[in-house]
Structures are given as C-alpha cells and as structure tokens.
Design a protein around this ligand. Structure first.
Ligand SMILES: Nc1ncnc2c1ncn2[C@@H]1O[C@H](COP(=O)(O)OP(=O)(O)OP(=O)(O)O)[C@@H](O)[C@H]1O
Ligand SMILES: [Mg+2]
Length: 358
C-alpha cells in the first residue's frame, strides 16, 4: 500500500535574529511525512531537530522566522500562518508535541487529573463528568496504576516516568494526527526510557497517529522508527528506512554517528565520538558542512555543496561520495557488517555496553 503524505516541508529555511546577526538554523530542508509512520530525526545537539519541527506547530521563538520554503499539512499551508489564532485548530489539536522535561509541560499547582480533563473539555467539548471519566481512561491506557485514585494527585507526587506518561496522555486527549516527540526519554533512566518507548508504540497502534521522534541517540531509533532523517548543521544529510540507515549508510556523518553507538563499544573502552565541532551557523557555509570533520572529505567538499543523491526509492544522501566520479570509499570497519554484529549482540546481551540497567 502506498501511504499518503500527511505533512511535507519543501526547501524550508529558518533564521534567528541574534543582536545584529542572523543565525541560519535550517538551510533548505525538504521532508515528507507519511501517514502513520514513525520518522526519527537524529543528529548532534544544535543540528536543528527541534527548530525544524517547531515550524510544524508555529512554535519558533519571536526572534525566529521561516525565511523560505513551504510547510504543508494536509491541504493547509502552515508556513503562511502568522498569528497564534491561526494556529488554534492545529497546534495541540492536530499536531501535538511532547518535550523532554515533563515538569515544564505540567502545571505544578494543578492536579494531574484536572490538567487532562481541562484539555478534553476544551477540545472535545465534553461535560466535566464525561471528561473526568475519559481522563481516567487515558491514565489507565498510559499505564498509571490506580488511575482513579491518583487523579487528584499533584505532579510532584509522580515519578519522572509517570509524569512523562501524563504528558503523553494530555497530548493524546486531543486525538492529534501527528505526535512530535522531542527527546521524550532523554531525562529518564534506561529502564523507564524503554517503557516509555513501548508505550508510544502501543498507543500509536491504538490511536493510529503519525510520529516524529527526535533523538540524538541512534540506538533507540532501531526499536521505534520506520524511517530516519539524519540532520547536520541545519540540513538533512541522509534519509532512508531504518534498515538502509543502519546497514547501508552513505554519508560520512551517518558513519560517525553509527560508529559511536554504545552497543559497538567494548565495556571499559572509550566510545568513539565524532571529532571536532559543527560549523558556526552565523557564517555562510561553503561546500559540505561536515567536510572539515570528515576523514573522507575530497577537494570538492570544500568548494561546492553536494546535491541529494538518490540511492534507492526510499534512500537519499547528500554527499559527493555518491557522485559517479568519486573514488570508492569504504565505511569504517566498526560499522561494517553491522547487521551481523547487532544480531550477535542480541544473542549475548552481557556484552552490550551502556545497558547495564536492563
Ligand atoms: N531562539 C533562538 N535564537 C537563536 N538561536 C536559536 C534559537 N533557537 C535555536 N537556535 C539555534 O538554532 C540551532 C538549532 O537548534 P535546535 O534547538 O533545533 O537544535 P537541536 O538539534 O534540537 O539540538 P538539541 O539536541 O540540543 O536539542 C542551534 O544553533 C541553536 O542555538
Ligand atoms: Mg532539540
């Protein structure tokens, strides 16, 4: 079945005014989101993951704006919306976001239950009594034990993992079509992280929403996503299915990210980390933004920006290495035969680094 596109970004650029300078956070990004898929966006801190998805809900800070391109959601052009009122029927209702720190999304002086009920009353036009019943039902579905009893608790009486479940419940109270999860598990410990990931997957089956999952951890991507977009310095540098990104990655930046997967390190050894730092986004970036950090950079990488090369129907990468004239480059040894390595790791879980809590 060919899935329909629910949201698309075409050549989106975003700039922020910082004093008298302009920071170009997003540079000509195009992206298509298919109905009911889970798309993971990965990349280092500052690569533009949050800013890109904020353009889907009109949540850019006041000093930022879309400087070019179009964002479409179903038949609406979101990049044309300016005022908050214009976003009313979309933000939260059609496209909802959950953030890393649930404490900032919850009101500390209101009970958990009233915060869920409020949203149901507002968006689904239910009576207080009906809303309470629905809120308790959502609490049960998001895995809150003794939900009816804990309806009247305050956020401080919940653990971090439970608060994140409540934030998810509130987001789902509006029955959004798209759920943007911006590093929703980063602040949680490994065991709870896994539970929240399971929960999002289960709820997605039940409520049939489309998910954008933002993370800097490629490790969680394999278990949650259908497709992956890798971001670097305000651009998408590679996209493909999870299998394509893991087992046939093409961009040297994706190679670096995969090489630093904790699963590939031997316990006690230092993990590989990408050398160097990303470029300044205040300056014009010439060529391939990753070139100065890439052992594979060629002369042209410092001169001309690479186009998106198509690898398969679903796989694209923005690297000159895919030009037919480029010399053949072998990906790093550590990520060769990654499939076999991952399977072997699953068979002997005691060798998996960084997963001691499981
Ligand atoms: N309001 C703002 N004013 C100025 N610069 C901003 C603003 N918001 C974001 N930026 C800059 O835009 C770039 C992209 O930021 P963004 O928050 O999207 O990164 P990210 O990939 O989500 O990183 P992280 O993993 O740390 O959340 C960064 O250089 C950031 O400093
Ligand atoms: Mg972010």
């Amino acid at each position: 079945m060919v899935k329909k596109t629910i949201l698309s970004a075409e050549n989106i650029s975003v700039g922020f005014k910082v004093r008298s300078s302009e920071l170009r956070a997003i540079r000509n990004v195009s992206l298509e989101l298919k109905e009911q898929e889970t798309l993971a966006i990965v990349g280092e801190s500052g690569s533009g993951k949050s800013v890109l998805t904020k353009t889907f809900t009109g949540m850019l800070e006041a000093n930022g704006s879309i400087t070019g391109g179009t964002v479409r959601y179903q038949d609406k052009i979101l990049s044309d919306l300016k005022k908050d009122e214009e976003w009313d029927g979309i933000r939260g209702k059609e496209i909802a976001t959950i953030f890393q720190d649930p404490m900032t999304s919850l009101n500390p002086i209101k009970t958990i239950g009233s915060q869920i009920s409020e949203v149901i009353i507002k968006h689904q036009k239910k009576s207080a009594k009906e809303a309470k019943k629905m809120a308790i039902d959502l609490m049960v579905r998001t895995g809150i034990p003794l939900a009816a009893k804990r309806y009247d608790d305050y956020p401080f009486q919940y653990s971090g993992g439970m608060r994140q479940r409540i934030v998810i419940a509130i987001a789902l109270a509006c029955r959004p079509k798209i759920l943007i999860c911006d590093e929703p598990t980063t602040a949680l410990d490994v065991t709870i992280q896994a539970q929240i990931l399971d929960l999002i997957r289960e709820l997605q089956e039940e409520y049939q929403f489309t998910t954008i999952f933002i993370t800097h951890d490629l490790g969680v991507v394999a278990s949650i996503a259908d497709r992956v977009a890798v971001m670097y310095a305000g651009q998408i540098v590679e996209t493909g299915t999870v299998e394509e990104i893991y087992y046939n990655p093409q961009h040297p930046y994706t190679w670096s990210l995969l090489s630093s997967l904790p699963q590939l390190g031997n316990r006690g050894d230092e993990l590989y980390s990408v050398p160097g730092t990303p470029p300044s986004l205040y300056k014009e970036i010439k060529g391939d933004a990753f070139a100065p950090r890439s052992p594979y950079a060629m002369a042209i990488d410092f001169e001309e920006e690479p186009p998106m090369f198509q690898v398969t129907e679903t796989h694209f990468a923005k690297t000159w290495l895919l030009d037919p004239r480029a010399p053949k480059a072998e990906k790093p040894e550590i990520i060769q035969n990654l499939h076999e390595k991952m399977v072997a790791l699953q068979e002997e879980p005691q060798t998996i680094g960084g997963n001691e809590n499981v």
